[in-house]
Each structure stands twice: as structure tokens, then as C-alpha cells.
Write a new protein. Structure first.
Length: 208
């Protein structure tokens, strides 16, 4: 079931689907919309659900069935369409971001994933550890999704999480969270919302 349609500064659209349906239900919804799914039937059930939801969201965003492609880094694109997209999924949600002009990256993580705190040294640099308290789960998850979103925008999975991406100081409060990050010569605007038990973060390049 699609649960949210978010619009951000710069005309980025984010669609979020809560994965309540099983694989046959999602495949049936695709077929009803004229979306090909024959290539999904031999995949594991988890992947069938994710891929079917991706195609349903993309159909909703584009207004018609389109072909989803991936480059060598695994970054998604739409065949023969000049639109930038980013996709993220967890066990419970699939989300899609699209923008006609700006470079974007999207990531989501469950709000209660405490494992992130245990690996803080692997993705937070020294400066970030100064303003992110060791017991602040929300701030850790927001930082994790922010860095993952930047990696997706950069289309470079080999980036150094700790020092290759530097977050500016932020605090987690009720509602939306806005912050910035540097990655090499690029500066990103990061916007995070709490939705359906997840933090969902969008990274948008401002062209620097």
C-alpha cells in the first residue's frame, strides 16, 4: 500500500510504499497496471516483493510502465528517460525519489535499529562523534541514512564513510530534519523525515 507522496525543494518527488502485501498480491497489482513481471517470478520471495513495489512506484511517478536499468555500481535509472531517480528499501518499506534536474540519493532505515550505534566508529568521523552522543539512537540513524543517501547520489559505493563524507552539525527534533554534508567538491542538502517507523533521508546536490 502506498502511504505517502512527499514533495521537496527542487521539485524532488518521493513516493513511499509500506510492504503489507505478499509477493503474489504485488505481482497481481503490477499485472493489473500493465507492468511486466515475468522476469521476477524466479527470484526469492523477498526480492519479488521489493522489485514489484519498485515498479509500482515508478509507474506511479512516471504515469506509465517504464523500464528500470542499473549501472555497474547498481545505481538505478529509467531507460530512455532524462530523470534522476534513487531507490531504497527495508524489510517494511520501499521508497523512490525522482527529479528531472538535480542529482539525488535516497535512503531509509528503521528507527529502532540499534546495531547502528555499535558500528559508529565505522561511519562517523571524529568531529561527528563530538556532536552525536554515543547513546543517541535517532541521531545515529539519521547520520547513517544521510551518508548512505550521499553515496547513492555520488554513485560511488567505494566512498570512505567516515572522512569521505562530512556532516555538518545537526540535531534530531520532531518533524523534518534539514542538514548539509560535504563530499569532496560537492555539497549536499539533506532532508530527513520520520515516517512509518523509519527515518527517510533525501540528499540533493546544490551544484557545487
Amino acid at each position: 500500500m502506498m502511504i505517502e507522496h512527499l514533495t521537496y525543494q527542487g521539485d524532488t518527488c518521493v513516493l513511499v510504499w509500506r510492504l503489507e502485501e505478499d509477493a503474489p498480491q504485488l505481482l497481481a497489482l503490477c499485472r493489473e497496471a500493465g507492468i511486466p513481471v515475468e522476469d521476477l517470478t524466479d527470484l526469492p520471495v523477498k526480492r519479488q516483493r521489493e522489485k514489484a513495489a519498485e515498479r509500482l512506484l515508478l509507474h506511479r511517478a512516471m504515469g506509465r510502465p517504464v523500464t528500470l536499468c542499473h549501472d555497474e555500481q547498481g545505481a538505478p535509472s529509467v531507460q530512455d528517460e532524462p530523470v534522476n531517480i534513487s531507490i531504497t528499501h527495508t524489510m517494511e518499506v520501499v521508497a523512490l525519489a525522482c527529479n528531472d534536474r538535480e542529482v539525488i540519493g535516497l535512503d531509509a532505515e528503521q528507527c529502532d535499529r540499534r546495531q547502528v550505534i555499535r558500528v559508529r566508529d565505522k561511519f562517523l568521523n571524529h568531529r561527528e562523534q563530538q556532536f552525536i552522543s554515543p547513546d543517541d539512537l535517532a541521531a545515529h540513524i539519521v547520520a547513517w541514512t544521510a551518508k548512505e543517501a550521499v553515496i547513492k547520489a555520488e554513485r560511488n559505493s567505494a566512498l570512505d564513510w567516515t572522512n569521505g563524507i562530512c556532516l555538518e552539525t545537526f540535531t534530531v527534533q520532531n518533524g523534518a530534519i534539514t542538514m548539509c554534508a560535504r563530499c569532496g567538491a560537492h555539497r549536499y542538502r539533506l532532508e530527513c523525515v520520520s515516517l512509518a517507523g523509519h527515518y527517510i533521508t533525501l540528499a540533493t546536490s546544490n551544484g557545487e
